[in-house]
Design a protein around this ligand. Structure first.
Ligand code: NI
Length: 139
């Protein structure tokens, strides 16, 4: 079990009221958990800013599979980065549209590069990189 430390925080009343209102809206049961989440979120952001840190991400792509060249380009990029792409799922959303989800792990700069390459491929209707963490350094 990890040791827990307590600390006091001073803050303007208006700011605290806004924070409490937000916590209630989101559904946090305590300020402590909300503050812990904020700290972890900032630490994960920091991991991504360090080019050489190993991070985890999820890339989502929505595209029309009938564009033959597009499907070939996406496959080619994915084969090139096979070491970073851990898993993929392909869902046929309707007769034309596909959703592809890629779970990626590696150095943050490389992961960003893979996401940019895929998302900027002509014909991709929507793409997004969700940045998360290996969780190793987070309590
Ligand atoms: Ni499909």
């Amino acid at each position: 079990m990890r040791k827990t430390a307590r600390f006091g925080v001073s803050m303007e009343q208006d700011l605290l009221q806004s924070f409490d209102k937000l916590l209630k809206k989101i559904g946090y049961s305590s300020r402590s958990e909300a503050v812990r989440d904020l700290v972890r979120k900032r630490l994960v952001k920091e991991e991504w800013e360090d080019t050489y840190k190993e991070v985890v991400g999820v890339i989502t792509l929505v595209y029309d599979h009938e564009l033959r060249e597009l499907t070939e380009s996406l496959t080619s990029i994915q084969h090139h980065f096979y070491k970073q792409i851990i898993s993929t799922a392909h869902i046929h959303l309707d007769k034309h549209n596909c959703l592809e989800v890629l779970i990626v792990k590696g150095k943050s700069a490389k992961i960003k590069n893979i996401a940019e390459k895929l998302i900027s491929t002509r014909g991709v209707k929507h793409g997004r990189l969700t940045t998360t963490t290996t969780g190793k350094k987070l309590a």
